[in-house]
Design a protein around this ligand. Structure first.
Ligand code: MLT
Length: 396
């Protein structure tokens, strides 16, 4: 028996587990401290009335023999896939229902999708970015090539013709930097992928936060993307589903590699390894896409974006450089006085009882940066920024 030694190449724990355990230790050592958590991007607004009502009704259905449901449809219930297709139609994107796969969230699918790709593919990953992309490819022992984001390219790395890649992860709006690719930039990525027969894995988990109408919210808004991209989205941040769990993955029929439709491979994978999202949750998800549900979700998104504005204003007054926060729920700031990001994390926790996420946790290029989330309550966001402004640390 041999273990998968690729696991030995990972950091000892997942970024957000490391943060949670540091915060637990701090709280134990300082029981009176009122810690404000702006670290992991976990929502604080409750599920909206449209969602709750739909889930209550679905629960009642499950309680009666005549309306009870067991195993659901393979790719997710038709009612939800139809609602998602209609949502895409409002973006000018036409999807067939069987191109949509309902999932328990983007994270799992962004990892599981690797099952359908050969082991010897080279994977291109932005740096900094959501750490799951790197971790899951490290677990699988795949060759990773990084593309570098920095203030010089607004944290939006562009294709480099000298780099050969088979699988490309893109995240827009970006976690952690809040940067958003323009349509012209995505056009270049699609052209690069098509020229190489590569596949783009496009994480659009934060698409609902895009306010600027000229920015794309789906890669399929770029012609030809249906021949080279798989899109992953989630209701976690759009509609407060971090604990409820529902997302979806789009695998277009036109996406064919080695003569095989990837949609067929993914269907085969999912039907074998996944039994779907609970009926009650899928009814709640359907309600997110109703006119009422969309309006209620929009109100919560506006609430979080107002938090982002409060964070941004406070940083501006402190003279701290930052990006993000306008079309994304994250603000990405430069650590003061050239501090390294874990040292800044420790000092902020110690001096202000405020938790953020060290940029280095998102890749080497995140060193010297720090992420604050806008997903806190208004009260906590204001208080956190007051404490940060008062901190000795910020005066270095
Ligand atoms: C984050 O804080 O980056 C996200 O909450 C992580 C996630 O969505 O899994």
């Amino acid at each position: 028996m041999n273990i998968n030694t690729n696991y030995l190449n990972l950091n000892e724990s997942y970024l957000f587990s490391t943060i949670a355990s540091k915060v637990r230790e701090h709280a134990q050592a300082n029981p009176a401290a009122e810690v404000i958590r702006l670290g992991i991007g976990d929502v604080t607004r409750p599920l909206t009335p449209a969602v709750v009502e739909a889930m209550q009704q679905a629960t009642a259905e499950m309680a009666a023999a005549a309306s009870f449901r067991g195993y659901g449809d393979e790719q997710g219930y038709g009612f939800l896939r139809q609602a998602i297709a209609e949502y895409y139609a409002t973006k000018g994107v036409t999807l067939h229902e069987d191109e949509i796969f309902v999932s328990d969230g983007a994270k799992s699918d962004l990892a599981n999708i690797l099952d359908i790709f050969a082991q010897d593919n080279t994977v291109l990953i932005p740096n900094p970015v959501y750490p799951v992309y790197v971790d899951v490819n490290t677990m699988a022992g795949r060759n990773i090539v990084y593309m570098h984001g920095s203030a010089d390219n607004d944290f939006l790395p562009m294709p480099d013709d000298t780099v050969q890649a088979d699988v490309i992860y893109l995240c827009s709006p970006n976690n952690p930097t809040g940067a958003v690719y323009s349509k012209a930039q995505l056009r270049q990525w699609v052209d690069y992928a098509l020229a190489r027969d590569a596949v783009i894995l496009f994480d659009s988990a934060y698409e609902a936060f895009v306010q600027d109408d000229s920015l794309p919210t789906s890669i399929y808004q770029v012609d030809g993307a249906e021949r080279c991209a798989i899109e992953f989205c989630s209701l976690s941040k759009t509609a407060g589903f971090t604990g409820t769990r529902c997302g979806y993955t789009v695998v277009p029929h036109a996406l064919v590699r080695g003569g095989v439709a990837l949609n067929k491979l993914w269907l085969r994978r999912q039907t074998t390894k996944f039994n779907g999202v609970p009926y009650v949750v899928q009814r709640g998800a359907q309600a997110v896409f109703s006119p009422q549900g969309l309006a209620q979700a929009k109100t919560d998104i506006a609430y979080y974006l107002e938090n982002a504005r409060i964070i941004a204003d406070a940083l501006e007054q402190l003279g701290v450089a930052f990006t993000g926060g306008r079309n994304a729920p994250y603000v990405w700031l430069q650590c003061p006085g050239g501090m390294n990001s874990w040292a800044f994390f420790d000092a902020l926790l110690e001096q202000a009882n405020v938790v953020g996420t060290p940029g280095a946790g998102f890749g080497a290029n995140g060193e010297g940066f720090f992420r604050l989330t806008a997903f806190g309550s208004r009260e906590n966001t204001i208080e956190a920024m007051r404490r940060i402004a008062a901190c000795k640390l910020m005066k270095t």
